[in-house]
Ligand binder design. Structure first.
Ligand SMILES: [Zn+2]
Length: 83
Protein backbone atom coordinates (compact mmCIF):
# COMPACT_ATOMS: atom_id res chain seq x y z
CA UNK A 1 0.00 0.00 0.00
CA UNK A 2 1.24 3.47 -0.89
CA UNK A 3 0.02 6.71 0.67
CA UNK A 4 -0.86 9.12 -2.15
CA UNK A 5 -2.18 11.92 0.05
CA UNK A 6 -2.29 12.53 3.77
CA UNK A 7 -3.56 15.78 5.24
CA UNK A 8 -5.46 16.92 8.26
CA UNK A 9 -5.20 18.63 11.57
CA UNK A 10 -4.40 18.02 15.21
CA UNK A 11 -6.49 20.05 17.60
CA UNK A 12 -7.59 19.69 21.21
CA UNK A 13 -11.02 18.86 22.58
CA UNK A 14 -12.62 20.76 25.46
CA UNK A 15 -10.65 18.62 27.94
CA UNK A 16 -7.35 19.36 26.21
CA UNK A 17 -6.96 15.91 24.68
CA UNK A 18 -5.49 15.79 21.16
CA UNK A 19 -7.95 15.18 18.32
CA UNK A 20 -6.44 13.92 15.05
CA UNK A 21 -8.49 14.47 11.87
CA UNK A 22 -6.78 13.04 8.77
CA UNK A 23 -7.94 12.62 5.17
CA UNK A 24 -5.96 9.93 3.40
CA UNK A 25 -5.69 8.53 -0.13
CA UNK A 26 -3.96 5.17 -0.49
CA UNK A 27 -3.17 3.06 -3.55
CA UNK A 28 -2.81 -0.68 -3.49
CA UNK A 29 0.42 -1.63 -5.22
CA UNK A 30 -0.84 -5.03 -6.40
CA UNK A 31 -3.71 -3.73 -8.57
CA UNK A 32 -3.58 0.09 -8.48
CA UNK A 33 -6.93 0.44 -6.70
CA UNK A 34 -7.26 3.75 -4.88
CA UNK A 35 -9.17 4.41 -1.68
CA UNK A 36 -9.87 7.69 0.05
CA UNK A 37 -11.47 8.77 3.28
CA UNK A 38 -10.83 9.55 6.91
CA UNK A 39 -7.95 7.68 8.49
CA UNK A 40 -9.32 6.11 11.65
CA UNK A 41 -6.25 4.09 12.60
CA UNK A 42 -3.19 2.69 10.94
CA UNK A 43 0.36 1.44 11.33
CA UNK A 44 3.40 2.41 9.30
CA UNK A 45 5.40 -0.60 8.12
CA UNK A 46 8.51 1.21 6.81
CA UNK A 47 8.56 5.00 6.88
CA UNK A 48 6.11 7.87 6.70
CA UNK A 49 7.34 11.40 6.09
CA UNK A 50 5.13 13.97 7.79
CA UNK A 51 5.36 17.73 7.50
CA UNK A 52 3.73 19.41 10.48
CA UNK A 53 3.17 23.13 10.86
CA UNK A 54 2.10 24.97 13.98
CA UNK A 55 -0.93 27.04 12.99
CA UNK A 56 -1.51 28.35 16.53
CA UNK A 57 0.21 31.73 15.89
CA UNK A 58 -1.80 32.15 12.66
CA UNK A 59 -5.08 31.27 14.41
CA UNK A 60 -4.24 33.64 17.27
CA UNK A 61 -3.66 36.53 14.80
CA UNK A 62 -6.87 35.66 12.94
CA UNK A 63 -8.88 35.65 16.19
CA UNK A 64 -7.35 38.99 17.22
CA UNK A 65 -8.33 40.44 13.83
CA UNK A 66 -11.90 39.13 14.16
CA UNK A 67 -12.23 40.52 17.70
CA UNK A 68 -10.92 43.91 16.54
CA UNK A 69 -13.39 43.98 13.63
CA UNK A 70 -16.30 43.08 15.96
CA UNK A 71 -15.29 45.91 18.32
CA UNK A 72 -15.10 48.33 15.37
CA UNK A 73 -18.59 47.33 14.23
CA UNK A 74 -19.96 47.64 17.77
CA UNK A 75 -18.41 51.10 18.22
CA UNK A 76 -19.76 52.16 14.83
CA UNK A 77 -23.26 50.89 15.71
CA UNK A 78 -23.15 52.63 19.12
CA UNK A 79 -22.06 55.92 17.59
CA UNK A 80 -24.71 55.59 14.87
CA UNK A 81 -27.37 55.08 17.53
CA UNK A 82 -26.60 58.39 19.26
CA UNK A 83 -26.55 60.56 16.12
ZN1 LIG B 1 -12.81 15.22 7.42
Amino acid sequence: MEIASFSGSITRDKDGKPVVHVHCVVALLRNGAVYAGHLLHGRVSLTLQLYLTDSEPLLRRRNQYIRARIEQVMVHERSATFR
